[in-house]
Design a binder for this molecule. Structure first.
Ligand SMILES: [Cu+2]
Length: 350
């Protein structure tokens, strides 16, 4: 670099780097302005806590390193060299010092990388350690909904439902995850990290939910057109409330107790609905779609696409593709009264 002629002022490098520094400093300020905590940082199970503490350790340590590098860069930009210096002339003492500093920093980088790798490996090993016994729930991913089965000691005690997964607080739960068509991934940020559902393979995940509440989850692996409408809801209940729920779910569907429900029930059984849907206690035994035995006890429809209301049910049954384009449920032509009574029947499936 040419030495500035006497009287000429050197252009300060600082001015050019100022906008970059401004942006870098703005990032943390903007982040702290976020109102809602991302659910992954609001853990409610030991599994999610482990993931969250890993996130904080990584962010903290790497943030510190980032800060140190930023400070050194700023100092380097502002620092003036003392006296005239020809860059082609090497000062041996300075060179050895610099080599030592660079060497130490390279070693420190290696240590940090190895340390963090070890930490994440240890957390992973604990997350996937041999699962103990617990309540077994089999979840099968389909395009674009979740089939949920509570295993029982006999087939009549198996409970089948969809998209809404009830679990008892404080009791270990064993999730067995499979897929029927393509790869899906279950992610409930407050409860557990992502776990893949793979056709032809069973993945297992242990979970203990620490606090009552509802926790939203979704499919985290792009699986086709309605991937974004493949939500799941975990409902964590006190153990007694959960047991009551399980007993209620085990019961067959209530017989229709009013004329419109009765004609809805008859229409349902006469239409192609029965090829895909099961309503236990009736001849409907289809397996391709969600079990509807206790449909109306669920909070949402179509894997979180709509709330469970009368209007939403009517919209779904009359025009499933209008609600969830591409959905694996064909539209069934129904007359107005047929639709009305069928919705009345579905609504009674509590
Ligand atoms: Cu999916």
């Amino acid at each position: 670099m040419a030495r500035p002629a006497p009287g000429e002022r050197r252009r300060p490098a600082v001015r050019r780097s100022a906008p970059i520094l401004g942006v870098l400093l703005a990032i943390p300020v903007l982040l702290t302005a976020c109102q809602d905590k991302p659910a992954a940082l609001d853990p409610h199970s030991p599994e999610a806590e482990r993931v969250a503490s890993l996130i904080w350790t990584f962010t903290g340590l790497l943030g510190l390193i980032w800060l140190a590098v930023a400070v050194v860069s700023v100092v380097a930009v502002y620092r003036r060299h003392e006296g005239p210096r020809d860059p082609l002339v090497l000062a041996p003492a300075g060179e050895t010092r610099r080599t030592a500093v660079v060497g130490v920093l390279v070693a420190a980088t290696l240590l940090v990388v190895l340390g963090l790798t070890g930490l994440s490996y240890a957390a992973q090993a604990r997350l996937f350690s041999a699962p103990e016994e617990g309540l077994v729930i089999k979840i099968t991913g389909h395009q674009w909904w979740w089939d949920v089965q509570y295993e029982g000691d006999s087939p009549s005690r198996v409970v089948r439902t969809a998209n809404e997964i009830h679990v008892p607080v404080g009791r270990p739960v064993l999730l067995k995850l499979e897929a029927s068509d393509v790869i899906h991934s279950a992610w409930v940020p407050s409860l557990m990290g992502k776990i893949d559902l793979i056709p032809g393979r069973q993945n297992v995940k242990r979970l203990v939910v620490a606090k009552e509440g509802t926790y939203e989850g979704r499919c985290a692996e792009f699986c086709g057109l309605q991937h974004a409408h493949m939500g799941m809801l975990f409902v964590a209940q006190a153990p007694e409330a959960f047991d009551r729920w399980l007993v209620a779910q085990r019961a067959p569907a209530a017989a229709p107790d009013a004329p419109d429900r009765r004609s809805g029930h008859d229409a349902f059984l006469a239409k192609p609905c029965v090829m895909c849907h099961a309503v236990r206690g009736t001849p409907a035994q289809g397996q391709l779609g969600p079990d509807l035995t206790h449909l109306a006890s669920r909070r949402t429809l179509g894997a979180g696409t709509l709330p469970m209301t009368r209007g939403a049910l009517a919209a779904w049954v009359s025009d499933p593709h209008g609600v969830k384009p591409g959905v694996a449920m064909p539209p069934t032509p129904l007359t107005g009264p047929e639709l009305d009574s069928m919705v009345a029947y579905l609504e009674s499936l509590l």
